[in-house]
Ligand binder design. Structure first.
Ligand code: NDP
Ligand code: 8X3
Length: 251
């Protein structure tokens, strides 16, 4: 099987779980992330499934680095990229708007919105040339509603939600699918990153109920990616059973 799936942010959480599930099923992989050591380790682990793994080490915020890395993908692989999972992303801080800081806001906008755009454009061009493709954007429940002190993170995920809708309109004539997945609370490194390494604050997010796991989301991503050619899941909100909205939990 020649087909490749490109996963941004494969060094942790959803991205890593997606990489494993696709590898187990025989898909070749292009995995990306900033943490080179983790990428290398993961690449070795995934190769054990007998698949091809190409690691690309770049920061999605850096347009030039993204362009260079994607241009350097060997042509025979470019011709076989069937799925792009736009997963790399983060929240930085959880401050009321009036207390927020520009560097957190810029990091979220540059990663969650601009990074997704930088990766998507060249890959979509390849998919159009290949005559097929599927973009899976990892948005969030924060892209469907807002919550106190969620301000810029919520805005960035609302942008992903809108970009998914408009990509679908622009790409329908090429037979390219676009799926927007909006998870609720999932226990990954997400909260540790959001709270800048504060393990206690991160742990509190998942206390008193069973959150989603990275694997729960990976299985859903895999399901959406393996439907018949004429079937496309456009938009999916997935929460733990104990979560009814961004702020309402059964704890
Ligand atoms: P993790 O922190 O576990 O994983 C985030 C991944 O994104 C890492 O692999 C990280 O890799 C990568 N990443 C972050 N910033 C950059 C960057 N600038 N350039 C390249 N890669 C980057 O979190 P999750 O798995 O939970 O998050 C994945 C996605 O899911 C994010 O978009 C997040 O917003 C979204 N999400 C998460 C939810 C949750 O509750 N966990 C719920 C809803 C959506 P590295 O650090 O090596 O670069
Ligand atoms: C992550 C989920 O509710 O913390 O996107 O914003 S939430």
């Amino acid at each position: 099987m020649e087909k490749y799936v490109l996963i941004t942010g494969a060094t942790s959480g959803f991205g890593r779980a997606c990489a494993e599930i696709f590898a187990r099923s025989g898909w070749n992989l292009i995995i990306t992330g900033r943490r080179l050591e983790r990428l290398n380790l993961l690449s070795g682990e995934l190769s054990a499934f007998g698949i091809q793994v190409l690691s690309l080490n770049f920061d999605v915020q850096d347009a030039h680095a993204v362009e260079k890395a994607i241009q350097n993908i060997p042509t025979e692989i470019q011709n076989n990229i069937e799925i792009l999972i736009n997963n790399a992303g983060l929240a930085a801080g959880r401050d009321a708007f009036q207390d927020g800081n520009f560097s957190d806001w810029e990091r979220m906008i540059d990663t969650n919105i601009k990074g997704l755009l930088y990766v998507s454009k060249p890959i979509i061009k390849m998919m159009i040339a290949n005559g097929k493709g599927h973009i899976i954007n990892i948005s969030s429940i924060a892209g469907k509603e807002v919550y106190p002190a969620g301000n810029v993170y919520c805005a960035s995920k609302h942008a992903v939600d809108s970009i998914s809708k408009s990509m679908r309109m622009d790409l329908v004539k090429f037979g390219i699918k676009v799926t927007n997945i909006a998870p609720g609370a999932a226990e990954t490194e997400f909260s540790l990153v959001r709270f800048k390494g504060d393990e206690n604050l991160a742990k509190q997010v998942y206390e008193g109920y069973q959150p989603l796991s990275a694997n729960d989301i990976a299985e859903i991503v895999y399901y959406t990616a393996n439907l018949p050619k004429h079937v496309c899941i456009n938009d999916l909100v997935v929460t733990p059973t104990a979560q009814a909205s961004s702020t309402i939990f059964n704890k």
